[in-house]
Write a protein that binds this ligand. Structure first.
Ligand SMILES: [Zn+2]
Length: 165
C-alpha cells in the first residue's frame, strides 16, 4: 500500500484513513497483517502516520523447536519529511531534540507496506518461546528430571500428585 502526497493534498483537511490488510515480503505471516493508519499532513513539508498493526508471524520456539504463531500488536507514530532536510544526513534526521523525521527525499509517496514490515520486525523478540509452560527440548527435560531426584525437591512431586488427584 502506497500513499502519495498528491492523494493527501486532495483529501479533506489533508488527512487520509487506511484500514487494510497487507503481506510485506520477508516476513512469514500466517495471514495478512491488519493495519489501521491515519496519514496526516502537518504543513511545512511534514507528514505524520499513526496507527496500529496486528500481525500473526510463523516462528519456531527456541526452547522446543515447535512451530507456532507469534502475534504482534504494535502502535506506530512516524513523521516523514517530504523533501530532503539536510543533504549530509540521509534517512532519519533529528530536527529537534527527540523529534525524528524519515526523509522521503522528494519521492512524493510513503510506502505503508514497508512501514508494516519495519514495525513488525522491530516488535519481534530476540527469543521465541511457544508457551510460558514450554517444557523445552528432551535435553532440557532430562536435566529437569535429574534435578527433581534431589530429595530436597521431593515436596514438588507430592504437590503434583495431589493436583493430579
Ligand atoms: Zn516451546
Amino acid at each position: 500500500m502506497i500513499v502519495t502526497i498528491e492523494d493527501l493534498e486532495k483529501s479533506k483537511d489533508g488527512v487520509l484513513f487506511f484500514d487494510f490488510e497487507d503481506t510485506p515480503e520477508g516476513i512469514d505471516l500466517k495471514e495478512p497483517a491488519k493495519a489501521k493508519f491515519t496519514v496526516k499532513k502537518l504543513g511545512e513539508g511534514f507528514i505524520n502516520v499513526t496507527g496500529t498493526i496486528n500481525a500473526k508471524v510463523n516462528v519456531v520456539c527456541d526452547n522446543c523447536l515447535k512451530n507456532f504463531v507469534y502475534e504482534v500488536n504494535t502502535k506506530i507514530d512516524e513523521t516523514y519529511a517530504e523533501d530532503s532536510l539536510y543533504d549530509e544526513y540521509k534517512d532519519e534526521t533529528e530536527i529537534k531534540d527527540n523529534f525524528f523525521a524519515i526523509d522521503l527525499n522528494g519521492e512524493g509517496k510513503i510506502d505503508l507496506t514497508d512501514l508494516i514490515y519495519q514495525s513488525v520486525i522491530l516488535s519481534l523478540p530476540n527469543k521465541f518461546v511457544c508457551d510460558i509452560n514450554c517444557n523445552g527440548s528432551e535435553v532440557i527435560n532430562k536435566y529437569i528430571k535429574t534435578e527433581l531426584q534431589d530429595p530436597r525437591l521431593e515436596i514438588f512431586k507430592t504437590i503434583k500428585t495431589e493436583k493430579d488427584n
